[in-house]
Design a protein around this ligand. Sequence first.
Ligand code: ADP
Ligand code: ASP
Ligand code: MG
Length: 443
Amino acid sequence: MIVMKFGGTSVGTAERLRTACSLVKSRVKQKPFVVVSAHNSPTCRMTNTIIAATENALTKKPDISKVAELQRTICKELDVPVALVEPLLEEFQRLLAGINMIGELSLRSMDLAMSFGERMSSIVFNDVLCREFGVNSKRVASFDLGLRTDGNHGSAIPDKTSYPDIKRNVEALGCDVVVTTGFLGKGPDNHITTLGRGGSDFSGTIFGAALNAEEVQIWTDVDGVMTADPSVVKTARSIPELSFVEASELSWYGAQVLHPLTMQPAIEHNIPVRVLNTGKPDHPGTLIVLKTTATKGVAKSVVYKEHISLVTVTSLRMLGTHGFMAKVFEIFGKCKIDIHMIATSETSVSLTIPSGYNLEPAAAELSKIAEVLVEKEKALVCLVGQNMAGVKGTAARVCGALAKAGVNIKMISQGARELNIALLVEDDDINATVAALHSEFFE
Ligand code: ADP
Ligand code: ASP
Ligand code: MG
């Protein structure tokens, strides 16, 4: 069997959703297990609209009208009976009323709110697949198929002991195709958890691992993983093949096309992942495997992450003492803050932190042992590729290209595996940095 994950844009309009259904039908012999995101198009950004309505409910009269209108419109365009999604819209309305009444919005409530997007789109997808395309399929929400998580709301990770249950439950359905929700599971307390924004890709490989899939296909709106974000670099090209390690690095350093944890289950179970374009189904896209065939070119892709914070910890006490660094990391660990990149000197250590963390508690702790400087709105730009290992002059080419483009590098890091070179620049310099590196290495 194969897993076919359709991203928000692949189910964002009636036309795209029908194309996705026809792709599933054409592969029915391979027993597709279908994972869908919430609808997403320039006019229908479902998850974002749900988040806005939920946040508004804290202080204003609960209003689900935008969400309901988007959902009802796509139902009507596809001849899907609106009654199929009405119970979920009513539940969403009740949730917002509750949030409004108690004046409190927890991560748990936000996860429940966001879940309605995928729960409704999967109902719509399955209805079109059965009714219009005549496929023998059933729709079951991922948490009802048995996907349990660690219960960490907003960024849950799967509990692998649920995999055998999932396999059993899916087999018991006895149909040609199963359609499920991306992005969702349930924690130990039986409450719905999300896997983090963009988490349906991760759901794809989680189900791939649980079901022993031959392949996981991630259907999206571009020709696979590309040499740069095509919305930033018009000349970006599709990459035919990537290794698991390269794809992990790319997603970790910001390539939105794959959620950062997508590769983990694929690596653990050695399942090939293919990234494909729903709008151009005949394009070969990108195949991600354990070992790639030899390719020319030093680097594979240049990726970026915005809104990074830079924390610099300076102390003369670092000089010749043991355990200072351990203390610094312990503080970040205690505050559950992820660190991306580190550079050290004798008296200071600089660390980059992705957006979304409250750095104040960590900074207060750190300032008891050192001077702390927090700088915001930086960007991490990263050149990735296994072929960089052992090639002389790559770092010089990176620095030369940025000097020519007039970009100042605040921080630079290259691990000893030479898989990537990561640079910290000002947020405003992202486009110039990505363009300069793309032109140096890919054009
Ligand atoms: P989906 O809705 O299918 O999950 P996403 O919007 O999450 O799609 O991811 C696809 C988008 O990722 C593309 O439209 C593209 O702009 C962006 N992207 C960023 N970096 C890359 C890259 N290196 N290769 C391909 N796409 C990228
Ligand atoms: N709908 C969710 C989001 O927008 C998950 C996903 O699309 O992967 O983040
Ligand atoms: Mg996505």
